[in-house]
Design a protein around this ligand. Structure first.
Ligand SMILES: [Fe+2]
Length: 169
């Protein structure tokens, strides 16, 4: 029977191969979603830097409309495919379980924040008189900085696990 090491310790006895989703495919999709979200963050940062003026209100509205769907699509993939795969790995430990729970919670926070940011952007374009540019800039920065931290963590701690799986496969 084909065996491999656990993903967490290079010095342990090889364990039976776990069945599961293709780590290479999951890793590739995770990174694609990350890259899309990082582009979104860069665009939101451009907007925040422009405030209180906005040179392209249509761009702002289009961006507002794509924030929530993009974030949710990435989270859905992670929660329905990536996290179950991680939980099925040989040698899964309490740390990784706790990490995925925390990431899941951050998803929930980011989705909720994404809605607020999108609404605030739309309101700024359609009803500028009742909007506050400083508040909007603060919200935008809070959102994209949090999202970047989440992605950086997944790149540093989750992607290497998937790479090990590929190497072991
Ligand atoms: Fe995530």
């Amino acid at each position: 029977m084909k065996t491999r090491r656990t993903v967490f310790d290079d010095n342990v006895v090889p364990l039976p191969r776990a069945s599961g989703v293709d780590a290479k495919l999951v890793c590739s999709k995770l990174i694609t979603h990350h890259d899309e979200q990082l582009v979104l963050c860069a665009k939101l940062e451009e907007l925040a830097d422009e405030l209180p003026e906005l040179s392209d209100t249509q761009f702002c509205l289009q961006l507002a409309k794509c924030i929530h769907p993009m974030i949710c699509a990435a989270h859905e993939y992670e929660e329905k495919t990536l996290f179950p795969m991680l939980m099925s790995l040989d040698g899964v430990d309490e740390n990784l379980k706790a990490t995925t729970e925390r990431l899941r919670y951050e998803h929930w926070e980011d989705e909720s924040f994404a809605d607020e940011v999108a609404d605030a952007l739309i309101r700024f374009v359609t009803d500028k008189a009742s909007s506050n540019a400083e508040t909007l800039a603060y919200m935008l920065r809070g959102f994209f900085e949090g999202l970047r931290r989440h992605i950086a963590f997944e790149r540093e701690h989750i992607v290497p696990i998937l790479c090990k799986q590929q190497a072991a496969g």
